[in-house]
Design a protein around this ligand. Structure first.
Ligand code: LER
Ligand code: MN
Length: 296
């Protein structure tokens, strides 16, 4: 078995799919992680462009920028949650139509570092976190019914404490998934966030055996693989150990605090190209070394 490599296209902001597909193929990627914007894409056109370039849509990246009244799965307001569940259902439809196996889910939203109401005391904080956790579990259960019906998985992404208050670690993600209790709900991990939150990155991967469905790659400083200090060879060895069958989706970003802001800056496009080229060269070399060592 060999890992598949893709790039999450939201990092390129408005860049069109045609030029992006050509670029990814040239760099040696197998596929694309498509931005979860169902109104923006014609599934037929996406499939045609990918087929023309010999690429697959390997995942859909749900987009949850805070503040939002549309995409917050844990929000205390039931109308906001309902719209977020509807959004996830539309993402599942998009995934099914373009042949992608999964949709990434961040409950609640990216950049929402305090629960709604911003409680200032310890008890108020605990209660608000528990409340939003429970709401997120219910929202995922509702979305999972549709995921199961469309044959798509939902992959929950823990992100670091500076981007969410709710799910930061693989262990929390696994607990959340078991509370949801649907076979369509799996785990997604991201090396950049893991480097901040996990004490043992390879150990977290091993803990997720059988549940890990997708994986984001950026180095410790969110730059190209090799420009920070993450041991990617060790991570690939752990992925081999758990017989991981998902993809490695590159998600490096320019040095700005809000990831969704970064994508509006066209001056970073060339830098991202360099990151993507460097990253795949290094990852494939590490994978070849792991492969050889395991005699596979
Ligand atoms: C945000 O930091 C991130 O890692 C994205 O993958 C959120 O879905
Ligand atoms: Mn990510």
């Amino acid at each position: 078995m060999r890992l598949k490599y893709s790039v999450s296209n939201w990092i390129y902001g408005e860049e069109g799919l045609e030029s992006l597909c050509a670029k990814l193929k040239r760099f040696g990627y197998d596929g694309i992680e498509l931005m979860g914007e169902p109104e923006r894409y014609s599934p037929k056109e996406v499939k045609r462009l990918c087929a023309d370039h010999g690429l697959e849509v390997l995942s859909i990246a749900g987009i949850y920028p805070w503040p939002t009244e549309e995409r917050d799965l844990s929000n205390p307001d039931p109308k906001v949650r309902q719209r977020a569940v509807d959004y996830l259902r539309r993402c599942c439809d998009l995934a099914a139509e373009v042949g992608a196996p999964l949709v990434i889910v961040v409950p609640s939203a990216v950049g929402k570092t305090v629960p709604v109401g911003n409680p200032r005391d310890e008890r108020g904080w605990e209660e608000a976190v528990q409340l939003e956790w429970g709401h997120a579990v219910e929202s995922l259960r509702a979305a999972a019914e549709h995921a199961e019906a469309t044959g798509v998985l939902l992959a929950v992404e823990p992100i670091n404490r500076y981007e969410t208050f709710l799910i930061n670690t693989a262990a929390q993600g696994l607990r959340f998934i078991s509370e949801v209790g649907s076979k369509a709900v799996k785990l997604h991990l991201d090396s950049f966030h893991m480097n901040i939150e996990e004490s043992d990155l390879a150990g977290a991967i091993r803990q997720a055996k059988g549940v890990l469905a997708n994986f984001h790659v950026a180095d410790s400083n969110r730059q190209a693989v090799g420009r920070g200090h993450i041991d990617f060879k060790g991570l690939i060895a752990a992925l081999y150990e758990i017989d991981y069958r998902g993809a490695l989706a590159l998600e490096p970003l320019p040095p700005v605090p809000d990831p969704y802001m970064a994508v509006r800056f066209s001056r970073y496009r060339d830098l991202l190209d360099i990151y993507l080229k460097e990253s795949i060269e290094r990852l494939k070399r590490y994978e070849a070394e792991v492969h050889e060592r395991r005699g596979q």
